[in-house]
Design a protein around this ligand. Structure first.
Ligand code: CA
Length: 229
């Protein structure tokens, strides 16, 4: 067997949703492991290696948020949340639980497996000591200069630092807080909107040199990432 099947822990109390996910993951070559409570999920995680956890927010015994906190205390296994309400998305972001992505119900099996693959790709890259720089980019750190598609960008200091942070980990989703910490000397004084405003001006400058590309991706409710290829 060329690749051992990766175990994906599915934590969801609604059988119909869980069965759809288990089937989709199996079809895609993963080894899904289904648990219906937070307690059973944590026990399974302690008992065997798990590549990724798909975690429902609303569980019968404890909230998915508490389960995620416990997962983070134990390690860095990637977590994709399943949410039923937009208020839950706000919480995932606001509480900074260390989730890697989320899916809003209802979602298609195809969406699920695409997200699972994307998160696994990102976390693999991270555990192998970073990635090759994304195509089209050059970062001359000594000169504090970033070029895109062969054009040096004329950036303000905050734009430079913000883009530098994204560029250091292509594909990684940064929360607004993380970008603020990376790019501002006094992050407490900046507002979330400040990050959005800088991303907007950055996009305009990137569009000016490469109208087709749009390499900064928005992850609604989570933050921003730089496209990997
Ligand atoms: Ca549920």
């Amino acid at each position: 067997m060329p690749n051992p099947r990766l175990t994906i822990l599915v934590v969801e109390d609604e059988a119909a949703i869980a069965e759809t996910m288990v089937y989709a993951l199996q079809t895609e070559g993963f080894a899904p492991l289904w648990k219906t409570t937070g307690r059973d999920a944590l026990a399974a995680l302690a008992a065997q290696p798990v590549a990724l956890i798909v975690l429902d927010v609303g569980l019968p015994d404890m909230s998915g948020f508490d389960v995620c906190r416990e997962i983070r205390r134990r390690g860095t296994t990637p977590v994709i949340f399943l949410t039923a309400r937009s208020s839950e998305v706000d919480k995932i972001v606001g509480l900074e639980l260390g989730a890697d992505d989320y899916l809003a119900k209802p979602f298609s099996p195809r969406e699920l497996t695409a997200r699972v693959r994307a998160v696994l790709r990102r976390s693999n890259g991270a555990s192998h000591g970073g990635k090759a720089p994304a195509a089209g980019w050059q970062h001359d750190e000594a000169r504090c200069r970033i070029s895109f598609c062969g054009n040096a960008l004329d950036l303000t200091r905050n734009e430079y630092r913000l883009l530098g942070a994204l560029l250091a980990s292509p594909g990684r989703v940064f929360s607004r807080d993380q970008l603020m910490t990376a790019a501002w000397d006094d992050p407490g004084a900046a507002l979330d909107r400040t990050v959005d405003a800088h991303v907007k001006t950055l996009r305009a400058k990137l569009r000016a040199v490469a109208p087709e590309e749009d390499p900064i991706e928005t992850h609604r409710g989570l933050g921003y990432s730089l496209r990997e290829t």
